[in-house]
Design a protein around this ligand. Structure first.
Ligand code: MEV
Length: 309
């Protein structure tokens, strides 16, 4: 038997715009997903037959990248699914990590590339931000060209993403889960329709990209005030793009009095928000009072790794 684990992620700045090839910053978080794999008479997931309907990411990963004997896979996760915290990417990465270990060894870049392929098969239009963060862990900065701390490059149609390691200081970060599960594919498609139809939409996407570039500088300088301001501006632009929701706005408003900044994270439409704060307990209380589920998370944790059996 082999066991691998991968972290969830939060997008600090740049979701949605990154699908168009704009820069973004994402951090791995201390909520993990574990996958154990052992030979079996047929493919199963937590004792149930592997199914496209119930396990789309695992089904695509096994169908596309495993031609060995049937496997019994057991998945356990700290990540609520559909929460915007990278549960689909984490399951894909952890399964690929486990099957690679059953065969031989693998590299981070090969897992990240295949995980992005799986996500694209299941989700449709996507960027490699989630899958690369869950693979590499710690922090990543996606840019339009190759720079310092370059990790790997991923291409799709005319788009190119240059993935870099991003050093991030330990920061107080609270995640607030709305309890509303939103599907990423339709939200990404909605933004594409907006951007295809209007130059204003394209300007919003460009500005989000610029915010991510500026945010990287603030992060390196550990300038929380500046970073918080950028998060708030990013949230306004995401709301104009139509991917925020009343539940998200409620949790963001409740967090702001105790935070440097707050915004949705991931695809939006529900899912989760994040708040950068020195007062995590106050933010957790405010989120709970507004009906959300708070998690205080550590950022910058390890990526895909083998676990002791
Ligand atoms: C989802 O976590 C982030 C999006 O930008 C989609 C993607 O990058 O694939 C909304």
């Amino acid at each position: 038997m082999v066991v691998s684990s991968a972290p969830g992620k939060l997008i600090l700045l740049g979701e949605h715009a990154v699908v168009f090839g704009q820069p973004a910053i994402a951090l791995a978080i201390s909520l993990r997903l574990r996958c154990s794999a052992s030979p079996s008479a047929r493919h199963t997931v937590n004792g149930q037959p592997l199914s496209d309907k119930f396990h789309p990411y695992i089904h695509a990963a096994i169908g596309r990248f495993w031609d060995g004997e049937p496997l019994s896979l057991d998945i356990s996760s700290d990540l609520p699914s559909g929460s915007g915290l990278g549960s689909s990417a984490a399951v894909t990465v952890a399964v690929l990590g486990a099957i690679d270990r059953m065969r031989s060894d693998s590299t981070e870049s090969s897992v990240a590339e295949r995980a992005f392929e799986v996500e694209s098969i299941v989700q449709g239009r996507a960027s490699p931000v989630d899958t690369s963060t869950c693979t590499h862990g710690r922090g990543i900065f996606i840019d339009r060209s190759r720079g310092d701390r370059f990790l790997w490059e991923i291409r799709r149609d005319t788009r190119k993403w240059f993935i870099h390691h991003c050093e991030a200081p330990e920061m107080g970060m609270v995640v607030g889960y709305t309890g509303v599960n939103a599907h990423t594919g339709p939200l990404v498609a909605k933004v594409k329709r907006f951007v295809d139809r209007s130059s204003f939409g394209r300007e919003l996407i460009e500005e989000i990209g610029q915010i991510a570039v500026e945010g990287r500088g603030r992060l390196v300088a550990d300038d929380r005030v500046g970073l918080g301001r950028l998060m708030n501006r990013n949230q306004k632009l995401l709301a104009v793009l139509g991917v925020s929701s009343p539940e998200l706005e409620k949790l963001i408003d409740a967090s702001l009095p105790h935070s440097y900044g707050a915004k949705l994270t991931g695809a939006g439409g529900g899912g989760s928000m994040i708040a950068l704060t020195d007062e995590p307990q106050k933010v957790c209380g405010a989120i709970t009072r507004r009906g959300g589920t708070p998690f205080v998370v550590r950022t910058g944790v390890e990526g895909l790794k083998a676990e002791e059996v």
